[in-house]
Each structure stands twice: as structure tokens, then as C-alpha cells.
Design a protein around this ligand. Structure first.
Ligand code: ADP
Ligand code: MG
Length: 140
């Protein structure tokens, strides 16, 4: 499998509970390398653009409010098959369905406040990375 990069976000529920280090340890233990990382506080408008694909979903407004409610940590993870590997480490969207040992099983509070975001395909990974990072900021 090829080396890939994926966009990860540690969400407000997790940054508020001081879980950035514990979540990063899960990535690193899985062989994912954090090649870029920054803590930012998004506006509701900036979140709205990022999650535009969910605009018609009933939870869109709640999701934008939540993601703008406190700082997030945006990061680029690199590794073999990083996109699917990260989705495995994250666990299912709803923590009630997430496999044991995954980030969402251990840390998520609800289906909405579920601690992490991860890109779902090569095209979205490239788009999402470029939304937050310039090429020069990615340091493998
Ligand atoms: P994932 O983050 O696992 O890729 P989706 O792309 O389907 O999941 O949804 C994006 C985000 O929207 C989720 O991570 C979660 O924060 C929120 N979300 C999804 N489904 C619901 C729901 N039924 N109720 C509230 N929030 C939701
Ligand atoms: Mg998604």
C-alpha cells in the first residue's frame, strides 16, 4: 500500500478535556506520523465551508456550532494507507458502535461530539489538507 496523507481534526469536546496527547499517542502507536499540526479556533462560517457536504443533513447547524465552540487541533497524518488506517483508529461515527480500543470508543461523548474527524478518501484528504495547510507546513 502507498504512503498517504490524511487530514485529522481533534474536536472541541476532546481539546476541552485535555485529550490531545492521548489521542496523538493512538495515532503514533498505529504507525501514523504527525507531519503537521496546529491548534486553531474556527469560526462557524469556516466550519460551514469545511462541512459543506453535510449542508442538507438535519445535524448540520448543530455540527457547525459545536466545531466553532472551542479550539480544535488540525493535523496531517502520514503513513502506509493512512486514510483507512486513521478511520480504523478513530472507530465508528457513533461511539456506541465503535470497536474497543478506538479513539471514539474510549473518548467520544456522543455521535455529534465524537472527538475526531478523519478524511474518508484520497480526493477529500487532498482537499481538506489544502483547506488548512500550505505545502511548506507539511514536514515529513
Ligand atoms: P465521520 O466523522 O465518521 O466521517 P460523517 O461524515 O457521517 O461521520 O459526519 C460528520 C460529523 O457529523 C460526525 O463526525 C459527527 O460529528 C456529526 N454527525 C454525524 N451524524 C450525526 C447525527 N446523527 N447527529 C449529530 N451529529 C452527527
Ligand atoms: Mg465524514
Amino acid at each position: 500500500m502507498a504512503t498517504e496523507r490524511t487530514l485529522s481534526i481533534i474536536k472541541p469536546d476532546a481539546t476541552k478535556r485535555n485529550l490531545t496527547g492521548k489521542i496523538n499517542a493512538k495515532f503514533e502507536e498505529a504507525g501514523l506520523r504527525i507531519v503537521a499540526q496546529k491548534r486553531i479556533h474556527l469560526s462557524k462560517e469556516q466550519v460551514g465551508v469545511f462541512y459543506a457536504v453535510h449542508k442538507e443533513r438535519p445535524f448540520y447547524d448543530e455540527l457547525c456550532e459545536f466545531m466553532a465552540s472551542a479550539p480544535v487541533v488540525v493535523q496531517v497524518l502520514e503513513g502506509e494507507g493512512a486514510i483507512s488506517k486513521n478511520r480504523e483508529v478513530m472507530g465508528a461515527t457513533n461511539p456506541a458502535d465503535a470497536a474497543e480500543g478506538t479513539i471514539r470508543a474510549e473518548f467520544a461523548e456522543s455521535v455529534g461530539e465524537n472527538s475526531v474527524h478523519g478524511s474518508d478518501a484520497p480526493e477529500t484528504a487532498a482537499e481538506e489538507i489544502s483547506y488548512f495547510f500550505a505545502g511548506l507546513e507539511l514536514v515529513g
